[in-house]
Design a protein around this ligand. Structure first.
Ligand SMILES: [Zn+2]
Length: 351
C-alpha cells in the first residue's frame, strides 16, 4: 500500500488543502479496479469509519497476495469542507466561498477521458477539488462515493444503465434499498462517474462490469464501531464479488432482498408550516395512503396551532430530518411510494 498526499491550492498565498490517498496495486491487469471515497460532504462520517475498518482487511489481503485489481482509497475527500466552521457549527455540505453544494458542479464529461477536464487553475478552490477527484477516480471500474443522510436507511443511488447489473453489489453491501435515477443536470460526483460512459462504444463503457453509486450509510449520527465493521464487511464482500480481491473463503452474495424504486416514486413532503416537528414515522416504516406522518406545532398552546401531514400514497419511509425545527417548504422526510410521485421536484439524484 502506498500513501500519498494530495494538495489543492487555495485562493490566496499561504493557503492550501491536503488529503491522503491510499493505493494498492493489483497483481492482475485484467481484474476490475476500484475507487472509494468518503465524506465529500465533509461531516458525513459513517463512510469514513467504514474505510477505517476496511483498511486492515485490505492490508491483510495485500500481505497474502490476494489484491487482483488496483484500489484507490480517499477516506476524507473534502479537506475544504472539513475545515469549515461557521459560528462554531461544522458546515461541510456547501462551500462557504461559493455557496455551492460540494456534491454538485462536477464536470459531466462526454467521454471517460481526463483530457476533457476543464482547466481550474484560475477557478475556485472547490472546483479544483472536484476536478482532482474526477481525475483520480475516472477509469476505475468500480466507483463508490460514501455519504449518509440525515436519519435514514442504508441505500444506494444507481443509474438505470447499471441496474439490475449492480444487484450483486447491493446484496454484498447489505443495504436496505436502491433508488434508480436517470438524469443528472447538476453534476453530482456519481453523475460525473457514470455519465461519461453513456454515449461511448459498449467495449469502452463496459457497463456489465461497471459500478458507480452514491452510498447513503443511514444517518449523520450513525457513526458507530459495530456499524462501521459491518459496512467494512459489506465493502469487502463487494470487492471480492467483483474480483478486485480474491477470497475463496467468502461465498458469493445471494439475491438482493431490499427494495428498489425509481427516483420518480419519491415524495419529498415539504412542511406546510414552520415549527417543531413531531414525527409519527421513522425510516423503514411502511405507511398506507392517508396515514399521519408528522404533526407540526407552529403555534404552541393555541387552537389550530398544529398542522398534520399525511401520506400521499402507500410506501416506505426512507429518511427523515435529524433536527426537529423546520421552516415552511423544507422537506420533512422522503417517502418511497409504490407509485410515481406527484411531487414535481423528483427526477434528479437528491444527495
Ligand atoms: Zn452527502
Amino acid at each position: 500500500m502506498q500513501k500519498s498526499i494530495e494538495r489543492i491550492a487555495g485562493e490566496s498565498e499561504g493557503v492550501s488543502y491536503e488529503f491522503p490517498l491510499f493505493r494498492f496495486t493489483g497483481s492482475d491487469k485484467a481484474a476490475p479496479s476500484a475507487y472509494l471515497q468518503a465524506a465529500l460532504h465533509a461531516g458525513e462520517l459513517p463512510g469514513v469509519v467504514a474505510i477505517d475498518a476496511l483498511m486492515p482487511m485490505l492490508n491483510k489481503a495485500e500481505a497474502e497476495g490476494r489484491i487482483k485489481g488496483n484500489l484507490t482509497i480517499v477516506p476524507w475527500a473534502n479537506p475544504i469542507g472539513r475545515a469549515q466552521y461557521h459560528f462554531g457549527e461544522h458546515q461541510g455540505r456547501f462551500h462557504l466561498g461559493t455557496r455551492t453544494n460540494f456534491n454538485r458542479g462536477f464536470p459531466l464529461l462526454a467521454a471517460p477521458d481526463t483530457a476533457l477536464l476543464p482547466d481550474t487553475t484560475l477557478g475556485s478552490v472547490d472546483q479544483r477539488l472536484k476536478t482532482r477527484l474526477v481525475q483520480l477516480s475516472l477509469g476505475h471500474d468500480i466507483v463508490l462515493d460514501l455519504h449518509c443522510d440525515d436519519e435514514g436507511l442504508a441505500y444506494l443511488y444507481v443509474h438505470t444503465s447499471l441496474w439490475p447489473g449492480m444487484a450483486d453489489c447491493a446484496a454484498a453491501m447489505g443495504v436496505d434499498a436502491v433508488v434508480l435515477w436517470s438524469e443528472d443536470t447538476d453534476g453530482t460526483f456519481e453523475g460525473a462517474s457514470i455519465m461519461p460512459y453513456q454515449n461511448v462504444p459498449a467495449d469502452v463503457a463496459k457497463l456489465d462490469r461497471r459500478v458507480a453509486t452514491t452510498v447513503e450509510y443511514r444517518g449523520i449520527l450513525d457513526v458507530d464501531g459495530a456499524l462501521a465493521a459491518a459496512d467494512a464487511d459489506g465493502l469487502y464482500r463487494l470487492l471480492v464479488a467483483r474480483g478486485v480481491i480474491a477470497d475463496s473463503a467468502l461465498p458469493a452474495p445471494g439475491p438482493f432482498t431490499g427494495f428498489v424504486a425509481p427516483l420518480e416514486n419519491i415524495d419529498m413532503m415539504p412542511a406546510p408550516r414552520a415549527g417543531a416537528v413531531l414525527y409519527d414515522v421513522k425510516p423503514g416504516d411502511r405507511v398506507a395512503k392517508g396515514a399521519r406522518l408528522a404533526t407540526i406545532v407552529h403555534a404552541p398552546g393555541e387552537a389550530d396551532g398544529r398542522t398534520e401531514v399525511f401520506a400521499p400514497q402507500d410506501g416506505i419511509i426512507l429518511t427523515r430530518r435529524s433536527r426537529r425545527i423546520i421552516r415552511a417548504g423544507e422537506d420533512l422526510l422522503k417517502l418511497v411510494g409504490d407509485r410515481k410521485s406527484t411531487d414535481a421536484r423528483s427526477g434528479t439524484l437528491e444527495d
